[in-house]
Design a protein around this ligand. Structure first.
Ligand code: HEM
Length: 153
């Protein structure tokens, strides 16, 4: 189960890199494809990345990765919804939208890239924890494990 958790965590991290690549494709192909240029990014973000984050919650629990790691997977799942909320809240705050784009609206929704970076960082961190769990049976870094007071028998 630990191996399966690591594989899901590694796939999810790789998918965030794909998501960033598809965002760049969206930006560079927008003059050619219009707003459809972000369709691949949207589909990957909405279905695949979100689906992998749900799987990661399940496998983190089944692999007994510990409370903090399970909460990290829940946090990543929640952040994938934040990516949508950024557009909703940005639109509410600035009155902007796909039909009437404005500069203040662009400043507001640009936070999407920063929360996206946070998702990439959290997925990398989760992958490292999952790998340690698979290799050593503990998510703790060896340095941290060494500081743990010796279990009193
Ligand atoms: C500069 C970088 C980025 C740009 C310009 C960008 C742009 C967009 C756009 C325009 C959409 C909406 C697509 C639509 O509704 O048709 C979208 C959706 C989404 N993006 Fe990004 N994105 C970027 C980076 C990221 C990153 C790094 C992640 C996560 C790793 C991410 C995750 C998502 C998700 C999950 C959705 C779907 C949100 C929903 O449920 O509606 N984005 N992005």
């Amino acid at each position: 189960m630990r191996k399966a958790f690591f594989v899901v965590a590694a796939l999810m991290f790789l998918d965030t890199i794909v998501q960033l690549y598809l965002a760049a494709f969206g930006a560079f192909a927008e003059s050619l494809l219009g707003e459809d240029s972000f369709a691949y990014h949207f589909i990957n973000g909405y279905f695949i990345l979100r689906g992998l984050s749900l799987l990661a919650i399940l496998f983190a629990a089944l692999a007994r990765a510990g409370k903090n790691t399970v909460w990290l997977t829940v946090g990543i799942f929640a952040l994938t919804w934040v990516q949508m909320l950024v557009f909703v809240v940005g639109g509410m705050l600035t009155g902007a939208g796909p039909e009437n784009p404005t500069v203040p609206g662009a400043w507001a929704v640009a936070t999407h890239a920063v929360t996206g970076l946070l998702i990439i960082f959290c997925c990398y961190w989760l992958m490292l924890r999952a790998r340690r769990l698979d290799k050593t049976g503990s998510v703790a870094r060896p340095a941290d494990a060494a500081q743990q007071p010796a279990a009193t028998v």
